[in-house]
Design a protein around this ligand. Structure first.
Ligand code: ZN
Length: 323
């Protein structure tokens, strides 16, 4: 058996305007921009990384920015909800803060309310991406970004988890438990809960099954994939070997500069990644200056002038004039 997966490494989604994205996730939600770089597969687009103060695995939400691109269509084979943990009794604060920022709160009783006995607040960002804040016992003990204006008792404490939207169920259930090693942890209506077994950020995977759900289309406002964390390269290779043996069409190991990655589809169609904890976001800039300049991997650095000219300028939090 492979080393267990402690939880989520990061979640990657697609945004339209990069400035709106930066202003919302740093200014309103109070995350730290821990890396400003480009999509390594298409360097004409920004890749923005948000997280706690250091960008610890389990706290990192990333966006490819596609200004002017069309919106995605929610549906089967996608991650429908990305959930952050907040300390208990934080939702009244967030309801007020989000309303004051003009965020449309989901008042549908099947959305905001309770799930698995936890209080949740559901809303969408400016691109239509669905987010949740979930009151989690013990979340107050977890690290958070102390440089934001959100008061410490209510600051986001990394991910609670993700919700997979699926047309079927059995193949995904089998895969999550027998292959990924997650534990089935209960059901609430049409939502089936799995956990990695560890009480860490990003340890919850909900599967919402709806047999009539049509396939979605991933574009602006959609989550592109969820990445699960492994401690090092050798654990990743062990997982890759096992996934290949299980019949999955897994990519080779790809160098993402801040982690190493493999990608594959789970049986319901959601893109999964397995990413290494090291080297992390301080590999090419100091902890103090994370996210304050456009960083490029060594293989794109020779094209920096061209890349910078093709990207829209952005204002960064706490940086007067950097790109
Ligand atoms: Zn990823």
């Amino acid at each position: 058996m492979n080393p267990p997966i402690p939880g989520i490494h990061h979640v990657t989604a697609i945004a339209s305007d990069p400035q709106q994205n930066i202003d919302f996730y740093t200014g309103v939600l109070g995350l730290r921009l821990v890396k400003l770089t480009v999509n390594f597969d298409d360097p004409r687009a920004y890749h923005l990384y948000y997280g706690d103060g250091t960008g610890d695995p389990g706290t990192v939400l990333t966006f490819f920015s596609w200004p002017g691109a069309r919106r995605g269509q929610p549906g089967a084979g996608q991650i429908g909800i990305t959930s952050f943990a907040v300390p208990p009794d934080s939702l009244p604060y967030w309801r007020h803060r989000l309303s004051a920022a003009g965020v449309r709160l989901d008042t549908d009783l099947t959305a905001s309310g309770d799930r698995f006995g936890q209080r949740i607040l559901t809303f969408q960002d400016h691109d239509g991406m669905t987010l949740e804040l979930v009151e989690v016992e013990g979340a107050a003990e977890r690290p958070f970004w102390q440089g934001a204006e959100v008061p410490a008792p209510h600051a986001l404490r990394g991910f609670q988890g993700v919700t997979l939207e699926e047309e079927g169920f059995e193949a995904t259930r089998h895969f999550l438990t027998d292959v990924m090693g997650f534990a089935q942890a209960g059901e609430d209506g049409q939502v089936f809960r799995f956990t990695t077994g560890d009480d860490v950020p990003g340890s919850v995977i909900d599967v919402r099954t709806a047999p009539s759900l049509l396939p979605g289309r991933i574009a602006v406002g959609s989550v592109h994939h969820v990445a699960w964390r492994v401690p090092d390269d050798s654990a990743q290779v062990a997982w890759r070997d096992m996934l290949v043996s299980a019949g999955l069409n897994v990519t080779p190991v790809l160098d993402r500069q801040y982690f190493h990655s493999i990608y594959f589809n789970e049986p319901g169609g959601v893109i999964f990644e397995i990413a290494t904890d090291p080297p992390g976001f301080t590999t090419d800039e100091s902890l103090e200056t994370l996210g304050s300049h456009l960083k490029l991997p060594p293989w794109l650095e020779p094209r920096r002038d061209l890349i910078e000219r093709s990207l829209p300028p952005v204002r960064l939090p706490g940086v007067p004039s950097a790109r």
